[in-house]
Write a protein that binds this ligand. Structure first.
Ligand code: ATP
Length: 278
């Protein structure tokens, strides 16, 4: 599924949080959404998921504006895994994952054999089959995060939007999840703070700063010394991994004096995700 946005803006309490974002994510692409705290990543994802009504601009799935779509119609196309939702329930793990089937079910009917098979497959994909019957409340943070991703898979979406889905995961599960996402064949936009992980697994990166995309393209085009200093305000060294992708090691935060010299690039014009080929 192609996900596009044109001139997307969203503000709250008179403050512009998402500012004129243009993006174009091709079917099957895995795009990493990067940016410092407060740069607008979650807000952008919510606009793209139809959970925020933009002040201006349009979100389209396969060319069709979602402006008047119901939540149910959107949920049949796209799954959204929010950042640390704090969701709590007395349900079992399999029942929580089964919530992903809701958009496909008649209100008055329980899960059928197809629903149960889809949930079992989703649990298997994230390695949680053994925990299917466990109470949700007994899960660790990382297990909950994987279960939320299984719920998204159970939606059988054409596109996946994920907000820092790796933040509770150990290194092995971070790596496995990113491989899983990149291998789904679905269109994926995933917000990440681990720049090396993003560079390793994403086809493209989109870098946000103060509500705007300021760079987009291949990992090597986006993860530059200039952006690490100017946007992330860190003193970092860039190396190249065995696959020719950038790998970042940090020396520490940049001090105020050196930040004054860091260059913040201008807004990247549309189409934001069709640039950068190095
Ligand atoms: N509902 C809201 N009410 C008030 N301010 C909001 C709201 N939603 C977002 N903001 C503000 O908008 C800015 C962008 O927030 P957002 O959560 O989109 O950033 P982010 O890039 O996802 O940050 P992080 O990396 O910390 O998760 C922040 O300053 C945040 O406080």
């Amino acid at each position: 599924m192609r996900i596009t946005a044109e001139g997307l803006s969203w503000s709250v309490a008179g403050r512009h949080v998402v500012r004129g974002v243009d993006l174009d994510i091709a079917p099957g692409e895995t795009v990493g959404l990067l940016g410092p705290n407060g740069s607008g990543k979650s807000s952008l994802l919510r606009c793209l998921a139809g959970l925020r009504v933009p002040d201006a601009g349009t979100v389209r799935y396969d060319g069709r504006s979602i402006r008047d779509w119901s939540a149910r119609r959107i949920a049949r196309r796209i799954a959204f895994v929010e950042q640390d939702s704090g969701f709590d329930t007395d349900l079992r793990v399999a029942d929580v994952v089964g919530l992903g089937r809701t958009p496909f079910r008649d209100r008055w009917h329980g899960p059928d054999a197809t629903d149960r098979a889809v949930v079992a497959a989703a649990l298997d994909r994230v390695g949680l089959t053994a925990l299917a019957g466990r109470p949700w409340k007994g899960l660790s943070g990382g297990e909950r995060q994987r279960a939320h991703i299984a719920r998204a898979f159970a939606q059988q979406p054409y596109g996946l939007l994920l907000d820092e889905p790796t933040n509770h995961l150990d290194v092995k599960h971070q790596w496995e999840l990113m491989e899983l996402l990149a291998g789904t064949g679905q269109t994926v936009l995933v917000a990440l703070h681990d720049l090396t992980l993003a560079a390793r697994h994403c086809d493209r990166l989109l870098l946000m700063h103060q509500g705007r995309p300021v760079a987009s393209g291949t990992p090597a085009a986006v993860l530059t010394a200039e952006h690490l200093a100017g946007i992330f305000e860190v003193d970092a060294e860039l190396a190249t991994d065995g696959l020719g992708r950038p790998a970042v090691s940090y020396r520490g935060p940049l001090r105020a004096t050196s930040q004054a010299h860091a260059h913040v690039p201008a807004h990247v014009p549309a189409p934001a995700l069709r640039q950068g080929t190095s």
